[in-house]
Write a protein that binds this ligand. Structure first.
Ligand code: F6P
Length: 342
C-alpha cells in the first residue's frame, strides 16, 4: 500500500482544507493508499510532527477556512539541511510521495527536494493569483469576493460623507486582487505594482469627479505599490522566508492625495480578512479538483509536477514553471479596469 504525505506551507489561503480532503478521500477510497498529514508545513516534516488522515479526519472540513494541518513559514533549505532534515520523518512514516500545497517559495523548496530524490507533487496556492504555470490559484476568488464586498460597503459611507477612501488590498508584488476587486467594485482608480503611477493623475481624477458633482472617490491600492516619493521612511521588515512584510502603503497614498486635492481622505487596509473564513464555491470546487488530481499523480508515481489549471482542465505541469517567474496582471486586463477611471 502506498503512503502519501500532505503538508500546507506558507501563508494560509481559503481552500486548503478542501485540497487536503480531496487528496485524502481520493487516495484512501479510490487508490487504497494511506495518507499522513504533516503538521505546520516544513517545520513538521523536519520535527516529525504528523497525524493520520482518513475519511473521518477530513469530514466537514470542505467549508472551513485555514488549514487543519497548520502552516508555517519555515523552510528546509533556510532553516535546515534540505532533504537531510526531512529524511527521518519520511522514513519513519514510510512516505512514498509528498503532496506539497504552497506558494512559489514553498514550491521552489519542493522542487529542490524532488531533485534530491523525494517524489513530490505540488499544488499551487495563494490568494495573490501570481503563480506561473497555472491559469489561476484557489483562494483568489474568495479574496476578490471579500475585497469587493468591502468596497461596496466603503462606497456607501464615502458617499454619505463626501470622502475619498483609499482601500489597500493584499497581493504582494502583483496587482491581481486590486485589479479584480477594483473592476468588480467600480473603483475610480486602481494602483498596482506592475504599472508605475503619477499621483497627480489620480488627484486629477478625484478633483474632476468632485467638479462633476460626484463628491466621493474610491481608490484601490495593491499593497506592493511604491509609496509616493518622499512619503515612506521606514525600513521594510522581512518574514521568515525572507519576503518583505507589506502593508500600509495606502496611508502614504491617502496622505499625499489629501494634501494634493484638499478633500478629506480615509484609509481602509483590508489585511488578513481577505484570507480568512470559508472559501467561495468556485474555490471549493477548484481546490477539490486539485486535491483529487494530486492524489492521482502521486499514486501514478509522478514527481516534480504540480496540479495546474489550463483552461477548464487540471493538468500536471513541471514545478520549474511555477518557479520561473511571478505572474503579473496582463496589460489588457488592467486596461479594461483603467477604462473606468474617470
Ligand atoms: O501571499 C499571500 C499573502 O496574503 C500576501 O498577499 C501578503 O502580503 C502576505 O501573504 C501576508 O503574509 P503574513 O500572513 O505572513 O503576514
Amino acid at each position: 500500500m502506498s503512503v502519501i504525505g500532505v503538508l500546507t506551507a506558507g501563508g494560509d489561503c481559503p481552500g486548503l482544507n478542501a485540497v487536503i480532503r480531496g487528496v485524502t478521500v481520493r487516495a484512501t477510497k479510490t487508490h487504497d493508499a494511506e495518507v499522513v498529514g504533516i503538521k505546520n508545513g516544513w517545520e513538521g516534516l523536519m520535527d516529525g510532527d504528523t497525524m493520520p488522515l482518513d475519511r473521518d479526519a477530513v469530514r466537514g472540513i470542505l467549508v472551513r477556512g485555514g488549514t487543519i494541518l497548520g502552516s508555517s513559514r519555515m523552510d528546509p533549505y533556510v532553516h535546515g539541511d534540505g532533504y537531510a532534515s526531512c529524511a527521518k520523518t519520511i522514513k519513519r512514516n514510510g512516505i512514498d510521495s509528498l503532496v506539497v500545497i504552497g506558494g512559489d517559495g514553498t514550491l521552489r523548496s519542493a522542487l529542490r527536494l524532488s531533485e534530491e530524490g523525494l517524489p513530490i507533487i505540488g499544488v499551487p496556492k495563494t490568494i495573490d493569483n501570481d503563480i506561473n504555470g497555472t491559469d489561476t490559484t484557489f483562494g483568489f476568488s474568495t479574496a476578490v469576493q471579500i475585497a469587493t464586498e468591502a468596497i461596496d460597503r466603503l462606497v456607501s459611507t464615502a458617499e454619505s460623507h463626501n470622502r475619498v477612501i483609499v482601500v489597500e488590498v493584499m497581493g504582494r508584488t502583483k496587482g491581481w486582487i486590486a485589479t479584480y476587486a477594483g473592476i468588480a467594485g467600480g473603483a475610480d482608480a486602481i494602483l498596482i505594482p506592475e504599472v508605475p503611477y503619477q499621483l497627480e493623475e489620480i488627484a486629477e481624477i478625484v478633483r474632476r469627479r468632485h467638479r462633476r458633482g460626484q463628491r466621493y472617490s474610491i481608490v484601490v491600492v495593491g499593497e506592493g505599490v511604491e509609496p509616493p516619493p518622499g512619503t515612506a521612511d521606514q525600513e521594510v521588515r522581512k518574514d521568515a522566508f525572507g519576503f518583505d512584510r507589506l502593508g500600509g502603503v495606502g496611508y502614504h497614498v491617502a496622505g499625499a492625495l489629501e494634501e494634493m486635492t484638499g478633500f478629506e481622505t480615509r484609509v481602509s487596509v483590508l489585511g488578513h480578512i481577505q484570507r480568512g473564513g470559508t472559501p467561495s464555491a468556485f474555490d471549493r470546487v477548484l481546490a477539490t479538483r486539485l486535491g483529487v488530481a494530486a492524489a492521482d499523480y502521486a499514486v501514478a508515481g509522478q514527481t516534480g509536477v504540480m496540479a495546474a489549471v489550463r483552461g477548464l482542465e487540471i493538468v500536471p505541469v513541471p514545478m520549474e514553471e511555477a518557479c520561473a517567474e511571478i505572474r503579473g496582471v496582463p496589460d489588457d486586463i488592467y486596461d479594461t479596469a483603467a477604462t473606468f477611471f474617470e
